[in-house]
Design a protein. Sequence first.
Length: 218
Amino acid sequence: MRAETIENYLKTIYNLSSDNRAVVTNQRLADRLNINPASVTEALRKLHELKYVVYEKSYGTRLTAIGSKMAIDIVRRHRIWETYLVKELGFGWDEVHEIAEELEHVKNDKLINKLAEILGNPSYDPHGDPIPDAKGKFQKNKFISLQEAKAKTSYKIMGVSDHSPVFLKYLEKNQLIIGADIFVKDVEEVDGSLLIHCNKKDVIITPKVAGNLIVKAL
């Protein structure tokens, strides 16, 4: 397997496993990578032989200690590049994911650590995702998805789970950007949609959108 292919699999498994706390099924991995399930199975068997993952056909896949370290290194490179592209080069937060997908494969710790230093060693990237430090440690937080929010409560938007340009542009159009304060006026019992107040206007948020917004209670 090519090195880039290995890294893409490890990072994707890590992200789908809730930071390696859950087993990932072949179907979820195939759907995320947009690859035929049979090809995913073959790749996982090779990664198992390389001792990067523990793969059981009827159970799923989890990263080994070695695989987890590699995945976290990739995540660190990706998120630092995203931050650098936004803060230093002026890219929009809806433009940087695909560029960082290419740059994350540049394995040079000195370069990544220098970029982090220039940025002030940030704990979060432009999408609010935590950036592991050079030792692979993440800053702990008590953030939740907006889908878990309670009515009559104020929150601050801290991040997004969906990095697609379409979703990010939707958030910008409605001024639902990172750092924005929102007030949940009501939660609809029928379908889970939320009526929120943000930037002096009311907005109805669907469960899908709410599930991709990360917030903290104020």
